[in-house]
Design a protein around this ligand. Structure first.
Ligand SMILES: C[S@@+](CC[C@H](N)C(=O)[O-])C[C@H]1O[C@@H](n2cnc3c(N)ncnc32)[C@H](O)[C@@H]1O
Length: 231
């Protein structure tokens, strides 16, 4: 199964993601309260999984399709002295030996799945991989037409020189670095997320507008979802 992730984006990922720190405490708190295995989908270089493993004293199963990102996670976990159980696999094929207490997917990574079918399949695999009352948490951007109008086609120097292109007809954002590495995201609406939970048989526990548990409002620009398996 091919993924939309460009391996070239792995180099300089640490610089690219350095500004994103607000989510770590949010996912760590959920992990602390979880009974059963902890699983990060699209674990990347371990940016979140490493502090989660350190804070909980537990291993985190990290799943990612990118050998380059997993190599970084392996090195960084060893340097941090924490245990990650890293698996090279596609999110859409998620299968665990033991049902999880928490499955989480930070930094909008579910948006790398291009189609409804890809996402539905992933949500169904997540639901099948959770314990009774186990949680699934993720965050994703809410499409902002004002931001899109401001950023579309405009070159930016930080954190790594790049230009963002909006392909509105495909609900797609292409982040194109000056060196050619490209990361594509397909945005989803609140109702699409709720529909995915519905078809997977999961229920919403909370929808926040940010990582400090801000209420989700019409002005929110980030979906921060916590869902739960009923039984
Ligand atoms: C933005 S990075 C997020 C990494 C990390 N979770 C973080 O928060 O920094 C996105 C990750 O999604 C992974 N990815 C994209 N599509 C995937 C798929 N279909 N299956 C598994 N991993 C995928 C990429 O390899 C990449 O490591």
């Amino acid at each position: 199964m091919t993924t939309s992730w460009d391996e070239a984006f792995a180099n300089r990922y640490e610089e690219w993601s350095a500004h994103m720190t607000a989510d770590v405490a949010f996912y760590t708190e959920l992990a602390r309260g979880a009974d059963g295995p902890l699983v990060e989908l699209a674990v990347g270089n371990g940016r979140v999984a490493i502090p989660v493993a350190r804070a909980t004293g537990r291993s985190v199963i990290g799943i990612d399709a990118s050998p380059a990102m997993l190599a970084q996670a392996r090195r960084r976990a060893a340097e941090a002295g924490v245990e990650l159980e890293l698996r090279e696999a596609d999110l859409r094929d998620l299968a665990l030996d033991e049902p999880a207490g928490l499955i989480y997917c930070p930094f909008r990574s579910l948006l790398h799945l291009p189609t409804w079918a890809d996402r539905r399949r992933t949500f169904e695999r997540v639901a099948a991989s959770l314990r009774a009352h186990g949680r699934f948490a993720w965050n994703a951007i809410a499409f902002d037409h004002r931001l899109a109008a401001r950023l579309d086609g405009v070159h930016q120097d930080a954190p790594v020189p790049h230009t963002i292109h909006y392909a509105v007809g495909d609900s797609r954002i292409d982040i194109v670095r000056d060196d050619g590495a490209t990361s594509s995201l397909w945005w989803a609406t609140k109702n699409e997320w709720l529909g995915l939970l519905d078809v997977a048989g999961l229920e919403v526990e909370a929808l926040y507008g940010g990582f400090a548990h801000e209420p989700f409002t019409d002005d929110s620009r980030e979906y921060v979802f916590v869902a739960r398996r009923r039984y």
